[in-house]
Design a protein. Structure first.
Length: 74
């Protein structure tokens, strides 16, 4: 989905030309760190400021950690 924010911060969803959609697909594949989608997943958003051409990425990923303990006899 592509949204645009107005000056007062309200968001509106837009149907954009296919080329713009493709640009965001490429950005979403290239900008986040490798593997963010693995394990427990991740997500985020890409923001493009049209007037300045600045692209910003906000993202997160979930990590499950496990530790191994040597067997003990009792």
């Amino acid at each position: 989905m592509v949204y645009a924010a107005s000056a007062n911060g309200e968001f509106t969803e837009y149907n954009v030309p296919h080329r713009v959609e493709q640009l965001f697909e490429v950005l979403s594949e290239e900008l986040p760190p490798d593997g963010y989608e693995n394990n427990d997943g991740g997500g985020g958003k890409i923001t493009m400021k049209v007037d300045s051409g600045i692209v910003a990425l906000e993202h997160y990923w979930r990590v499950t950690d496990a530790e191994y303990e040597e067997p003990k006899e009792f």
